[in-house]
Design a protein around this ligand. Structure first.
Ligand SMILES: [Zn+2]
Length: 421
């Protein structure tokens, strides 16, 4: 429910956006120039600027002395704070943690990764992530003092919107958590909502860096990254699938990521192709992931006389056109295509993006998917649905965690969001 306070906060954010976007496009400006450019009243403008200064988003500088001033007082200019605005994206996947760091201009300035032993628990994942961040910061001279926020990509059902727990920035630093009131609406500044099972992990990261933390499923984040920096930039309606050891996905509709009512939106890998099939770790049977996931592909190759050590070896063998491996991949791609055809029928995207290790196989993977979509997804409707390989590679989810902060986190200062062209 919207209250007068919510409305005032929204209005304030609109005013902040106007000020920050003027500074972003024009550089340093005096308060008088800002008043003129934003159309805000002098009183409002002064209040917004001092609040932004308090939060470290903007700084004051003196105008060059060459600039003539009628009454002898040097003009004070306001500009974006160049030392603010580092964003950290962490992807805590199966067996590996990856990170990406973006500066205030939204350029990714560092990426890195570290392996995790099998069966690593959430807290150990958090510790490994913290170690990696500290190492990268020391090696590449990244000043973590300018860190604004952390985006976290996690495996499985992640629902940012179910108010399981709210962490506040300073509260998180002391380990204090408060249950969110369902009536409280939007999280306030410095708040992130996470399901309880991820709480220790998120708390650890928030405590370490003392900034707000936003979380989402890492396949959805990869979709968001492709829409922000990758192949899906021109479209607003997109189906993304990540085909790797597991099978995950993310859907964009009208430019927004679909999370669903329970945080399970995009779970393509758990669409059942056979209700009587083998049990899946999700509790279902005959899931797509069980038929085409990395381990299943390796088993199928071994059964056809081509034992392979891992997914990378499988991709190499397929690139070398080993017939049995190509057959296994093509059959699996046809299964994936069947599921995607259903998704495409229901969502009507402009683009289907295939990421993950298997996407490197190009037409061997993409053609069976194209065939399935053109044959099964409203074949008589004249629609142009492109099926293409993802752009961003292994860092997509870590970059997507940054994109999450840029797009979705309401408390992020507007100067950190991408400019709207
Ligand atoms: Zn399943």
């Amino acid at each position: 429910m919207s209250t007068p306070t919510d409305a005032l906060q929204r209005l304030r954010r609109v005013h902040e956006d106007a000020v920050l976007s003027a500074l972003r496009s024009a550089g340093a400006l005096s308060r008088a120039q800002l008043t003129e450019r934003t159309g805000l009243s002098r009183t409002t403008l002064f209040a917004i600027v001092s609040d932004l200064m308090e939060r470290g988003a903007v700084i004051e500088t003196e105008a060059a002395p060459a600039e003539p001033r009628g009454r002898g007082r040097p003009a004070t200019l306001v500009s974006l704070n160049p030392a603010a605005g580092l964003l950290l994206g962490l992807d805590l996947g199966r067996g590996r943690v990856r990170l990406a760091v973006a500066n205030a201009a939204h350029q990714v300035v560092a990426t890195a990764s570290a392996g995790l032993p099998e069966g690593t628990g959430p807290l150990e994942q958090a510790e490994a992530a913290v170690r990696l961040v500290r190492e990268v910061a020391a090696e590449r001279g990244v000043g973590l003092g300018a860190l604004e926020a952390v985006g976290l990509g996690l495996v499985g059902v992640v629902d940012e919107h179910v108010p399981a727990v709210t962490l506040t920035g300073p509260g998180a630093a002391t380990g204090r958590t408060t249950p969110a009131s369902p009536a409280s609406g939007e999280p306030g500044p410095g708040a992130a909502r996470v399901p309880a099972r991820y709480l220790p992990l998120v708390l650890r990261v928030a405590e370490e860096f003392g900034v707000r933390v936003a979380v989402d499923n890492n396949a959805r984040l990869a979709a968001l990254a492709e829409a922000t920096w990758g192949v899906a930039r021109p479209v607003r309606d997109m189906v993304y699938v990540r085909w790797s050891v597991g099978v995950g996905g993310g859907f964009l509709s009208g430019g927004r990521l679909l999370r669903g009512a329970h945080g399970a939106g995009g779970e393509l890998g758990h669409v059942s192709l056979d209700p009587a099939g083998p049990p899946c770790h999700c509790g279902g049977r005959g899931c797509l992931e069980g038929r085409i996931g990395g381990q299943r592909l390796l088993d199928a190759c071994a059964a056809r006389g081509v034992p392979l050590a891992n997914l990378d070896a499988l991709v190499t063998a397929a690139q070398d056109r080993v017939p049995a491996v190509c057959a296994v991949v093509a059959e699996a791609a046809a299964d994936l295509g069947r599921v995607l055809a259903g998704t495409v029928t229901q969502l009507d995207p402009a683009l289907v993006v295939v990421g993950g290790e298997l996407a490197a196989l190009g037409s061997l993977v993409l053609d069976p998917i194209r065939d399935a979509i053109s044959g099964q997804a409203l074949p008589r409707s004249p629609r142009q649905i492109e099926v293409t390989q993802a752009d961003l590679g292994v860092n997509a989810s870590a970059m997507g965690a940054i994109a999450l902060l840029l797009h979705e986190e309401p408390s992020i200062p507007a100067h950190l969001r991408p400019a709207i062209p």
